[in-house]
Design a protein around this ligand. Structure first.
Ligand code: AMP
Length: 371
């Protein structure tokens, strides 16, 4: 895994093989460099002999729009359609396409595209539609798509194992550089915070999340900015970075908040926690079949920042959770609540890479069988 791609400091290449984790410092100016370094490391660590031994490559593509609802084999025609979706995910789809281009040049194996939007295909109209002119929906496909679907799918699979392999009702907080919350009813996505694009919902590392839609027009006039520039600032210069004035990275902000009692760092942490708690509380009201069973925290912040998870839980008295004095380490999660709690709260490590591999393997096996 290549971490902190495009950031100047602290980038790492992490290779996890046979339960041995090797971390090396790197600088990845772009995603192409990152993927080339990953291939070099796979050979160096004898995970692959050479690139011809790779049978298929699975790619995470953030936005599948209305076109791609299921995984698909990358072809020139598919790439043309993907390019048309860039305006919907300007931070992500270009990086995904750049990596795909590099991999297609280097490897002749099939490339399978797995979409973050697919898991949310089940969101009903009730939660999917925006109250905007109907033509925007009919003619321009303006609606909620939702993201982090690969991560949610992985977590749901793991929760089902804890639930005697039965479907689950859960609220999952995927808290990373990109952050979202999803409510899952009978293992299917019912609602999620991100919308037409991955900027909606929660405040994130550099993204503003849901804000008053009039801000665009007001700021365009007040600061003489174009819509493109405003959209860029809301995607890249907002969120934790903007409030803290320090960094988009939770580790940097926590350091300043806790060691220096920096006010803006503390404010950034508290606004973030409040917004997560607000959506969790709202989503308990979305579930119609049976009670909420699980509340899960995952991704970089959810898995690693105990203080943030505690901050969020402290804002959720409505859930009446019975918290363990000390979290209990289990095989695949950390249990935060005791057996008297009406809802089981936990920290669970997501594994999008494994989920993509499983989907890719299933796709290629099915296609080989059909040929
Ligand atoms: P992700 O996008 O899932 O890789 O998550 C990245 C976010 O997780 C960044 O804001 C990191 O600062 C945060 N993160 C990773 N490790 C830690 C940690 N030990 N404590 C606090 N935040 C962390």
């Amino acid at each position: 895994m290549a971490d902190r791609v495009t950031l100047e400091k602290g980038s790492e290449l992490v290779i996890n093989h046979n339960n041995v984790k090797t971390v090396t410092s790197h600088f990845f100016p772009d995603h192409e460099t990152a993927i080339q370094e990953i291939f070099k490391a796979l050979k160096k660590h004898h995970i692959i002999k050479d690139l011809t031994t790779i049978k298929a490559v699975g790619h995470r593509i953030v936005h599948g729009g209305s076109i791609f609802r299921e995984p698909v084999l990358a072809t020139p025609a598919v790439i043309v359609k993907l390019k048309a979706l860039i305006p919907l995910a300007p931070l992500h789809n270009p990086a995904g396409l750049a990596v795909l281009k590099v991999v297609m040049k280097m490897i002749s194996a099939p490339n399978i595209l797995v979409f973050d939007t697919s898991f949310h295909n089940t969101i009903p109209e009730l939660h999917r539609l925006y109250p905007v002119p109907w033509k925007w929906y009919q003619e321009n496909a303006v609606k909620k798509y939702g993201f982090h679907g690969i991560s949610y799918q992985y977590i749901v699979t793991m929760l089902e194992k804890l639930n005697d392999h039965k479907p689950v009702n859960a609220i999952i907080c995927h808290l990373g550089n990109g952050s979202s919350v999803a409510v899952v009813e009978k293992s299917k996505s019912l609602n999620t915070t991100m919308g037409l694009t991955p900027i909606g919902g929660l405040m994130m590392g550099t993204r503003c999340g849901t804000i008053d839609p009039s801000i665009h027009n007001y700021i365009a006039t007040a600061r003489n900015l174009s819509l493109t520039e405003i959209t860029h600032q809301l995607n890249k210069k907002s969120g934790l970075l903007a409030i803290s004035g320090i960094s988009s990275d939770m580790r940097d902000i926590e350091k300043k908040a806790f060691t220096e009692k920096n006010h803006r760092a503390q404010l950034a942490l508290n606004i973030y926690a409040q917004k997560v708690a607000d959506y969790v509380a709202k989503y308990t009201n979305n579930l119609m079949t049976g009670p909420l069973q699980y509340l899960v925290f995952t991704a970089g912040i959810g898995e690693n920042s105990q203080t943030m998870v505690q901050n969020i839980l402290g804002r959720l008295p409505i859930l009446a959770l019975k918290l363990n004095a000390h979290p209990v380490k289990k095989a695949n999660h950390i249990l935060l609540t005791n057996s008297a709690s009406p809802i089981t709260a936990m920290v669970m490590k997501t594994n999008e890479e494994l989920m993509i591999c499983k989907i890719t393997a299933a796709f290629t096996t099915q296609n080989n069988n059909e040929q």
